[in-house]
Design a protein around this ligand. Sequence first.
Ligand SMILES: *Cc1c(COP(=O)(O)O)cnc(C)c1O
Length: 354
Amino acid sequence: MYCPKIQIDLKKLEHNVKTIIDLCKKKDIEVAGVTKVFCGHPEIAKAYIDGGVSYLADSRVENLIKLKQFKLPKILLRLPMISEVEKVVEYSDISLNSELRTIKELSKAAVQKGKIHKIILMVDLGDLREGYFDEDEIYEVVEEILNLKGIELLGIGTNLTCYGGVIPSQENLGKLMEIGKNIEDRFNINLDIISGGNSSSLHLLLKDNKIEGINMLRLGESLILGLETAYGNRIENTYDDVFQLVVEIIEVKEKPSLPIGEIGKDAFGKIPQFEDKGIRKRMIAAIGKQDIDFDTIVPEDSKITILGGSSDHLILDGTDSEIDYKVGDKLWFKLSYGGILSIMTSEYVKKEII
Ligand SMILES: *Cc1c(COP(=O)(O)O)cnc(C)c1O
């Protein structure tokens, strides 16, 4: 068995996707499956498609290129760079936008390629990441966009919680719907899409709150981990172990819990602190901070504790475990969303799909 590896269970992933899509369907909401956490890996994206997503969405064009074999419409989530508009128009059908200068460049690129590129205008409802903050500016920009060739205004959207931690509510999403209605009335157009955020908007569906008018959510973490991310609650009938990390033990020894000698800075420039627990069974596993932030992994064996480590070593305390671990044994971990993201990005960790 090659280690370290991340094991990805596609059956469990498809199950999560189906559960959440059922919830969304009841409210006439379509799901864009967000693929960035697994770097747009096509085999994993296929589980999203089999589970019933309506769109594939990623923040990076490089990942969308990996997904080009799939017919579903593709959404670029991060605002396009002007320097990449040709690729954006080539590999995404829809992009999220908040800068007229960029939209004009997308228009030129689309015209050159004889394509129509669709855009969703982003509105900042207070989370202070991307989007128009000034409402009047939105209407001015819409007027200009409607005159651009090669661009279709598909709708409006928002992103919440990711930066400012602002939780989606009937009030802030209500504002989005009001802006949508104003655009439709003022310009006598129809907006196909009101994209009401990410996994942090799901709590509104679970509590049966009305978010009528929202007809798309862009979901990543909820599909991957079965979590609504506003309050961090589990969604019923989902798995939290679709992705699991497997590492190999390379040393097991009884050692004191306090280092011996004068304490300076560790490999990452910090002065470490230790608690004296006497002699402990310490284990080293072959994975390090280059691959993963240790705060984002949780041992499946709950009696093991993570002591720390360095760029290539994970140090664990196995004293309290019922299992008598030996060199060469494997250890399994669950991962948070951030943990999966960095492990999937590490070229030193094998990706094993089951
Ligand atoms: C990453 C991202 C999402 C998905 O967020 P989750 O919390 O993983 O559901 C949605 N929209 C945008 C713009 C994103 O960048």
